[in-house]
Design a binder for this molecule. Structure first.
Ligand code: ATP
Ligand code: MG
Length: 352
């Protein structure tokens, strides 16, 4: 759904119709803009230089040999570019893409239908691949390895296996929970990469590109300000940029400079370090509820109402990277930085 362009305000800003408070709708609207800002090829994909060099070799070699590349697995927290990479691989190879996800492939028949429909060389993108049910995963093993589909017809002693050849394809898997991908599935990917949070310099470049696509006049220091509060995450950087633009438009400011950026970000309650509600809750539990004491993952999970695996793979890596949390053999401990960030007195002996 695109914003209506037919009603334009005095200051030239497009009027966006009122949206009933339906978070799903707003997400869909935001994610459509995500698609508009998605890098189209490897050159437009900013940052993650090590991964890009490796991927260029993997794809280049396959192109030279006129073969389909090995299956590729991208892991890492949400919003770092896994889905974008799947489309980029298809673009670089000049092939078609079939997109699906772990939860959508609930039954063996769902996957069989997808595999049977592939064309030679296609990319099959399975998002949230750690959520495939076991029987579906087993069917996928054979497909990935032997490009074959074994379908069982009938039940009991009369059951027969029908074997179908399927075209050679490249599976691109994405997961936010690398630890939940079973070892046999992981081993069948010829190339695997775990994306890490972006450096602020990279986020600045991403913001400059997005600002030019969205025709936003963004100063360099405003871009740095937004980048530093974006949690190392391109999707969040783009989202904050749109909120900053909204703020500038509403207040009749043409250029987004550092003052405008700061005022907008503080209006939307964006933490100076980009910490979100769950990050802050984790720190609050560690610093206020269990000051100076190590907290086990399961207690932390109960206290912040968040699944333990998600805490471990999505939230903690960011807090660790920012020097706010450490994992000790006895549990998680907040560092001095975390206490200072929450404006609290440090209690007990803490890791530096
Ligand atoms: N390296 C990059 N360069 C430029 N823009 C990027 C990059 N990575 C991500 N983005 C931007 O962030 C948005 C989100 O990326 P993407 O959807 O690929 O993330 P994801 O890892 O698949 O997230 P999720 O786990 O939530 O599915 C993209 O639409 C794009 O606008
Ligand atoms: Mg994705």
């Amino acid at each position: 759904m695109s914003p209506r362009r037919d009603v334009v305000r005095d200051n030239g800003a497009a009027f966006e119709p009122r949206i009933k408070a339906d978070p799903g709708f707003i997400d869909a609207y935001d994610s459509q803009l995500d698609t508009a800002l998605r890098p189209g090829d490897l050159n437009e994909f900013i940052g993650q230089d090590e991964m890009k060099s490796q991927l260029r070799v993997v794809l280049g070699a396959a192109l030279n040999r006129q073969e389909t590349p090995d299956h590729l697995l991208f892991a890492g927290p949400p919003g770092l570019g896994k889905t974008s990479l799947a489309f980029i691989v298809a673009r670089e190879m000049g092939v078609g893409t079939r997109v699906t996800s772990g939860p959508a492939l609930g039954r063996v028949g769902d996957l069989a239908a997808v595999l049977a429909d592939l064309k030679e060389g296609d990319i099959l993108f399975i998002d949230e691949i750690h959520r495939l049910p076991k029987p579906v995963e087993e069917l996928l093993y054979v497909g990935m390895e032997d490009f074959r589909l074994d379908v069982v017809i009938g039940k009991g002693p009369g059951a027969r296996t029908l074997r179908l050849e399927i075209p050679r394809f490249t599976l691109v898997g994405a997961t936010t929970r690398a630890g939940m991908v079973s070892a046999p599935l992981r081993d069948r990917f010829g190339y695997q990469y775990r994306l890490n949070y972006y450096r602020d310099e990279d986020l600045v470049q991403i913001l400059v590109r997005s600002a030019s696509l969205l025709k936003i006049d963004l100063t360099a220091d405003a871009a740095r300000e937004v980048a530093s509060r974006s949690r190392g995450t391109p999707r969040l950087a783009n989202r904050l940029l749109r909120r900053v633009r909204d703020f500038a438009e509403v207040n009749g400011k043409g250029t987004v400079n550092i003052q405008v950026a700061r005022e907008a970000l503080s209006l939307f309650g964006v933490d100076e370090l980009g910490l979100d509600v769950v990050d802050l809750e984790i720190l609050r539990v560690l610093c206020v509820q269990y000051p100076g004491r190590p907290v086990g993952l399961s207690s932390l999970s109960v206290s912040v109402h968040e699944d333990a695996g998600t805490l471990e793979e999505v939230y903690e890596p960011f807090l660790i990277q920012r020097g706010m949390l450490v994992r000790t053999p006895r549990g998680r401990v907040a560092t001095e930085r975390a206490y200072h960030h929450l404006g609290l007195e440090v209690s007990g002996t803490l890791p530096l």
